[in-house]
Design a protein around this ligand. Structure first.
Ligand SMILES: [Zn+2]
Ligand SMILES: [Zn+2]
Length: 179
């Protein structure tokens, strides 16, 4: 797996920095900007097992966003309950997932499809690394680089990353928007 990591300050409130009159206000970099947006979007998530946000970007413009939750009009996990199912990965590990929930990356792709926005050759910022099912879809979308903050079952996508050639880059923030 490509081991790329970017460390960015992630401060979204430059005004809090104690700067002298001669120092300039620190401008947010693109990676911290989009990753902070992804964290903000994750606050709309409704599955109590985890709040994930995703932002699809091309040429520094946001094309689409998504967070994890139930399909439109259906009961959300925070109003009812998660409905958990277990599955066994080929390596023997058993994982639990919520059957109610559409993942953030898929909802971002859905939003683009719904409004006819082309997302080919774009990048995606996700607050956690994609699961193997979402990764397969991201490959077919034509996503170039996946930027993520926290690793999630990342060992399960190792082989698919190598075979597909899609880039996976960790963007580490020190942001107060994190959960
Ligand atoms: Zn749930
Ligand atoms: Zn997923």
């Amino acid at each position: 797996m490509p081991k790329e990591t970017l460390s960015v300050s992630g401060c979204i409130c430059a005004g809090e920095e104690k700067e002298t009159h001669s120092s300039r206000e620190k401008r947010l970099g693109w990676h911290e900007y989009f990753m902070n947006v992804a964290h903000l979007i994750s606050r709309r998530a409704t599955c109590t097992r985890g709040h994930i946000g995703a932002v699809i970007v091309r040429e520094n413009s946001i094309l689409s966003t998504g967070y994890n939750g139930a399909p439109t009009g259906l009961p959300h996990c925070n109003d009812t309950n998660c409905r958990i199912y277990k599955s066994t990965h080929p390596d023997g590990t058993v994982e639990e997932n919520c059957v109610n929930t559409i993942h953030a990356e898929i909802n971002a792709i859905v939003q683009a499809a719904k409004h006819g926005v082309s997302i080919k050759d774009s990048d995606i910022y996700i607050t956690a690394s994609p699961c193997i099912h979402c990764l397969k879809v991201l490959i077919n979308v034509g996503i170039k680089t996946i930027y993520y903050d926290k690793p999630y079952k990342i060992e399960h996508i190792d082989e698919l990353l190598k075979l597909s050639g899609i880039r996976l880059v960790q963007v580490m923030l020190a942001s107060n928007l994190k959960e």
